[in-house]
Design a binder for this molecule. Structure first.
Ligand code: NAD
Length: 417
C-alpha cells in the first residue's frame, strides 16, 4: 500500500493542474503512464566469492520533448513505484526550464554502505549493462542521484563505451571533469536555488540585500545555495543546519568558513563555534524572510507547518513539504517556489554537459553560469505569469506550464502509427 503512495501523490498534483487547464481525458491518460518500465535482476560476485542477486529499475516516463533524463539512486528502499514517481517529476522538471529532455529515473535496491569498493564497481557495471537495452545518448541519459556520484558515472560511461567499442561521452552526466564532466556542475543546483530566491524576493517586493535567510541541509544543494545567496544576493544567512542539528547567528555566517569547517569535520557543522545551537525544528520556525529546505523530503509536515514564519520558501530539496503541509503553508500566505522549478539548476547543467560531450567542445565556467542564470530566471518569470493568469499557487502553475509544453509536443508529434 505504502509503495503505491508516492506515484499516486504525484498523480494527485498532476490532476490538480490538469483540472485548472482543462486538459482532455485522452491527454491525461497519455501523460499519466510511464512509457517504459524495465526491471532487472542481476548477479554480482561478492568479495567472499558468493553470488548475490540485486534488483534494479529504469523507468522512462515521457520522451515527447527529447530523450529521457534522470538520475540513478542506490538505496535499500528503492522500488518501482518510487522510481516511477521520480521519472514522472523529471518530465515536468525538464519541461519547466525548457530543456529538450523527457523524464527518466533509475535505482538499485541496495545499501551501498554494505558494499566494498570492488563490489560497488561490479554492481554498477553489471546494472548499467543490464539497462543498456533502453539507454543511449539519444534515448536516455542517466546521472547521479542519492548515493551515486561522479566515480560511479565514470564506471557507467566506461562500461557502455567498452560494450560499444568506443568512448561515448554523452551517455551519462555528472561525470568527473577529466572524462567529459562540465565545469559548474557541482554548484549548479545551489546556483539555481540562488537565482529563483532572488527572483522570488523581487517578486514579493523584498530587498535581497536586507533579507535574512535560513537554510536547512548543508550538503551539495544547501551549502552552495547559502554561499551564493550570501555572496551574490548580499543577503544574511542567519541559520544553517544538517543531520547533526542547527546553528543560529543573527549577524550572519561566513559560509566559506563553515564549508571549510564541515570539510574538516566528517561533513557535519556540529561544533562550529560562531553560532548558537538550535534544532532543525527551531530553524524551520525562525522569523526569517526566506527559508530554504535543502535536506530531505517531508521536512515540513502537518506537525510543524503552522510554526513556519518565513515569508518565502524556496524548495531546494525534492518534496520537502507533504501535500497536507503545503495546504497549511498556502493558507498562511507564504510564497513557495516549488521543488521541480527551484532545484532544476542541476538537470540544466547536466544538459550543458551532454551538449558539450556530444560536440567534444567544452565551455568556460562563465558560459555555464550565464546560460544557467538566464534559463532559471526565464522559467521563474514564465511560471509567475501562469500563476497570475490562472490565479493559482506557484506549484500548480509550474505543473500547468510544464504540462502545456509536453502536451503540445505530444500533439505536434501525433500518436504513432
Ligand atoms: P547531500 O547528501 O549532499 O546533503 C544533504 C544534507 O542534508 C546534508 O547536510 C545532511 O546532513 C542533511 N540532512 C540529512 N538528514 C537531515 C535531517 N534529518 N535534518 C536536517 N538535515 C539533514 O544531498 P544534496 O545533493 O544536497 O540533496 C539535497 C536534496 O536536494 C535532496 O532532496 C535531493 O534529492 C535534492 N536535489 C539535489 C540535486 C543535486 O544536484 N544534488 C538536484 C536536485 C534536487
Amino acid at each position: 500500500m505504502a509503495e503505491m503512495s508516492l506515484f499516486q501523490n504525484a498523480l494527485k498534483q498532476f490532476n490538480k493542474a490538469a483540472d485548472v487547464m482543462d486538459l482532455s481525458e485522452s491527454m491525461r491518460q497519455v501523460l499519466s503512464y510511464p512509457r517504459r518500465e524495465l526491471t532487472v535482476n542481476f548477479p554480482v560476485r561478492m568479495d567472499n566469492g558468493e553470488i548475490k542477486v540485486f534488483t534494479g529499475h529504469r523507468v522512462q516516463h515521457n520522451v515527447a520533448r527529447g530523450p529521457a533524463k534522470g538520475g540513478i539512486r542506490y538505496h535499500q528502499n528503492v522500488n518501482l513505484d518510487e522510481v516511477k514517481a521520480l521519472a514522472f517529476w523529471m518530465t515536468w522538471k525538464s519541461a519547466v526550464v525548457g530543456i529538450p529532455y523527457g523524464g527518466g529515473k533509475g535505482g538499485v535496491c541496495v545499501n551501498p554502505q554494505d558494499l566494498s569498493m570492488g563490489e560497488l564497481e561490479r554492481l554498477s557495471r553489471r546494472f548499467f549493462s543490464e539497462i543498456q537495452i533502453i539507454i543511449g545518448e539519444g534515448e536516455d541519459i542517466p546521472a547521479p542521484d542519492v548515493n551515486t556520484n561522479a566515480q560511479i558515472m565514470a564506471w557507467y560511461m566506461d562500461t557502455y563505451s567498452m560494450n560499444v567499442g568506443h568512448s561515448v561521452l554523452g551517455i551519462v552526466t555528472g561525470k568527473p571533469l577529466e572524462i567529459g564532466g562540465s565545469k559548474g556542475r557541482p554548484e549548479a543546483t545551489g546556483r539555481g536555488v540562488r537565482v529563483v530566491a532572488e527572483e522570488a524576493a523581487k517578486y514579493k517586493g523584498m530587498d535581497p540585500k536586507t533579507a535574512t535567510i535560513a537554510v536547512q541541509g548543508f550538503g551539495n544543494v544547501g551549502s552552495f545555495a547559502a554561499k551564493l545567496i550570501q555572496e551574490e544576493m548580499g543577503s544574511k544567512i542567519v541559520a544553517i543546519s544538517d543531520v547533526s542539528g542547527g546553528l543560529y547567528n543573527p549577524d550572519g555566517f561566513d559560509i566559506d568558513e563553515v564549508i571549510a569547517y564541515r570539510d574538516q569535520n566528517n561533513g557535519i557543522i556540529e561544533g562550529y563555534p560562531k553560532g548558537q545551537k538550535i534544532t532543525n525544528d527551531e530553524l524551520l520556525a525562525l522569523d526569517v524572510d526566506i527559508l530554504v529546505p535543502a535536506a530531505l523530503e517531508n521536512a515540513i509536515t502537518v506537525k510543524n507547518a503552522e510554526n513556519v514564519k518565513a515569508k518565502i520558501i524556496v524548495e531546494g530539496a525534492n518534496g520537502p513539504m507533504t501535500p497536507e503541509a503545503d495546504e497549511i503553508i498556502l493558507s498562511k500566505d507564504i510564497f513557495v517556489v516549488p521543488d521541480f522549478l527551484a532545484n532544476a539548476g542541476g538537470v540544466t547543467v547536466s544538459y550543458f554537459e551532454w551538449v558539450q560531450g556530444l560536440q567534444h567542445y567544452f565551455w568556460d565556467i562563465e558560459d555555464v553560469r550565464r546560460a544557467l542564470h538566464k534559463i532559471m530566471k526565464e522559467a521563474f518569470s514564465s511560471v509567475a505569469s501562469t500563476m497570475n493568469k490562472y490565479k493559482i499557487d506557484m506549484r500548480t502553475a509550474a505543473y500547468v506550464d510544464s504540462i502545456e509544453k509536453v502536451a503540445h509536443a505530444t500533439k505536434l508529434r501525433g500518436i504513432y502509427p
